[in-house]
Design a protein around this ligand. Structure first.
Ligand SMILES: [Zn+2]
Ligand SMILES: [Zn+2]
Length: 199
């Protein structure tokens, strides 16, 4: 999208901002190696619930933390300067809304595009690109919920149970863009641990 983009909520201008999302993995030569090596050490040397840390688990943590940072996804998205609204365009939709590596869950981008084109519900917002009414969809997601909310333990170590949730999305199928009135709901569906189960 070029030129001056106005926020669909009517507050004013939107600007391209760089977003690093720590909850989405992207390939980075050094970051991914640190991430995986750290993760293996932590998983191998941590006894869940013991409250004690093996020295190798601590080394793992020292590799894992910078690994998470450098192997996280960076995208440039339109953000509103006034509200917390954010727009994802084609490139970001493909990068952020993936399925899992094994293909056990739906590819989120594909699911959303199909849902948008068959949606009969109009959004209350106009598309900032073509000015037509966007469509409104509700996307069911499963989110992993941690039983131990220990900030030191990475998600994989903690006992995982899943929780059903939904995310409301407005989007324009013609322009291939998604509008999130609240950036938090964008983060909620984008994170790698949020999946759409296959039916
Ligand atoms: Zn706004
Ligand atoms: Zn449009």
């Amino acid at each position: 999208m070029g030129g001056d983009v106005k926020c669909p909520a009517g507050c004013g201008h939107m600007e391209y901002k760089k977003n690093r999302d720590l909850k989405i993995r992207a390939w980075d030569p050094l970051g991914s190696v640190f991430y995986l090596a750290g993760l293996i050490l932590i998983v191998s040397y941590t006894e869940v619930g013991s409250g004690e840390f093996h020295p190798r688990a601590i080394v793992g943590m020292l590799l894992f933390i910078p690994g998470v940072y450098f192997s996280s996804l960076v995208t440039t998205d339109l953000s509103c300067n006034t509200c917390t609204g954010v727009i994802l365009e084609s490139k970001s939709i493909d990068k952020k809304l993936k399925g899992d590596l094994l293909g056990l869950s739906e590819n989120k981008a594909e699911y959303i595009r199909t849902a948008l084109s068959s949606s009969t519900e109009d959004s209350e917002y106009d598309c900032p690109d073509c000015s037509k009414k966007m469509s409104h969809i509700i996307v069911p997601i499963e989110r992993e919920r941690k039983a131990h909310e220990d900030p030191l333990l990475p998600d994989v170590v903690a006992d995982l149970t899943s929780k059903s949730d939904t995310v409301k999305i407005d989007g324009c199928k013609e322009c291939d863009l998604l509008w999130f009135k609240n950036a938090k709901s964008e983060q909620k569906i984008s994170m790698d641990t949020a999946i759409i189960t296959k039916t």
